[in-house]
Design a protein around this ligand. Structure first.
Ligand code: TTP
Length: 353
């Protein structure tokens, strides 16, 4: 069995970050999001992965390479434009070569259960298998209506309530799904919808099996989802200090300071992660914060935030619930506010206020 892993799309909900970088490379607990997908796939028997990419292909290639770092063989499949998930399917058709395959949305994170999901498919051999999770806000998702354990209807982001069972971004398909995808016209939002390709299977008498997610799953489309995913992964990490921390600093709880990071006269309250090349000086890093490569933070305080690489934060108090891009320079002006919540794209310089 092969896998298709998505890494294209528009990423409109994560602008401005996605103006300059592919969202799948945003670090979650200091590891690019797409790597979680590669690790999950590597945990199954699958060895061949086709990563579906758009015009940010080079960035993805630079991070993933040939996949051998995960014991995988990776090929890159260029999608001509982000025309929807059923179009992603068609892009991967030749790569999967008529065999059953896994489709894995690269912006979804699944804590565990992927090997079991694949095993269940191999045991039952349906024409398709989907993974469902009960959600409080179904209008954000593709949803599935079940009747007596059978999938009967799917709807994409329904305005009126039809079901609270969301379709998570992990699917197992066989050849007929391509007939479904090929039969579609663009939806009202201009995309070839995967829900419609699956509906085709249901309507044409193919077996579509549904499994329920038992553990944690996150679709990381929005900033609050990224911060939640960051919190979730940080919560599982252990205290591990390889970097250079002086005696005037205090590390409390599950803190990771990677080799090559420097901490001076600072307090870091875990769970938090500081990557290589960072310098944290006279600062307070509060829980659920991850600071990615080569970032310097001086005289500042931040919590529940993701800071990306090569940034500089100087004398800014109480940054909370924020996503701060790459190569950002934040510094405090004379009358800075006491607390700020920010979403800052790459390559910005901001003096507050
Ligand atoms: P979505 O999150 O549904 O769409 P998006 O990434 O374009 O983001 P937004 O809605 O904020 O504009 O995409 C789910 C996954 O599929 C994600 O990994 C991106 C990927 N994708 C493609 O590779 N090609 C596509 O044509 C689309 C629509 C998504």
């Amino acid at each position: 069995m092969r896998a298709l892993l998505t890494a294209g799309g528009h990423g409109t909900r994560l602008r401005p970050i996605t103006h300059t970088r592919n969202k799948h490379l945003i670090p979650i607990a200091n590891k690019p999001m797409l790597v979680y997908g590669l690790e999950a796939i590597a945990g199954t028997d699958i060895e061949d992965v086709g990563i579906v990419v758009g015009d940010t292909e080079e960035e993805i290639r630079a991070t993933v390479g040939d996949g051998s770092a995960w014991g995988l063989r990776v090929e890159y499949l260029r999608q001509e434009a982000p025309l929807g998930l059923a179009h992603v399917l068609m892009t991967g058709r030749d790569f999967v070569g008529g065999e059953p395959f896994l489709m894995y949305l690269g912006d979804n994170m699944l804590r565990d259960g992927l090997p079991e999901f694949v095993h269940a498919f191999e045991e039952h051999r349906p024409d398709a298998q989907i993974l469902l999770a009960k959600v409080p806000d179904p209008s954000r998702y593709g949803v599935v209506v079940m009747e007596g354990g059978r999938v009967v209807h799917l709807a994409e982001k329904p305005v009126a309530f039809v079901s609270d069972l969301a379709l998570a971004g992990f699917y197992l398909f066989t050849e007929p799904v391509f007939d479904g995808a090929a039969s579609l016209r663009p939806s009202g939002r201009g995309e070839f919808e995967i829900t419609e390709a699956i509906q085709y299977l249901v309507d044409h008498g193919y077996s579509v099996r549904a499994e329920r997610i038992m553990g944690w799953w996150k679709d990381t489309g929005r900033v609050e989802d990224l911060l939640e995913a960051n919190r979730f992964v940080l919560d599982e990490q252990e205290h591990d200090v390889q970097g250079d921390v002086d005696a005037a600093s205090h590390l409390v709880g599950e803190v990771r300071v990677d080799r090559g990071a420097v901490v001076r006269e600072s307090v870091i309250r875990g769970p938090a992660a500081i990557a290589a090349g960072c310098r944290i000086e006279r600062s307070v890093i509060d829980p659920y914060t991850s600071v990615y490569l080569n970032t310097t933070i001086t005289g500042s305080e931040l919590g529940n935030s993701i800071v990306m690489d090569d940034s500089r934060i100087e004398d800014v108090m109480r940054i909370r619930d924020s996503l701060i891009g790459r190569n950002v320079h934040l510094r405090r002006g004379d009358a800075a506010p006491s607390a700020v919540q920010l979403m800052v794209g790459d390559n910005c310089a901001i003096t507050l206020p």
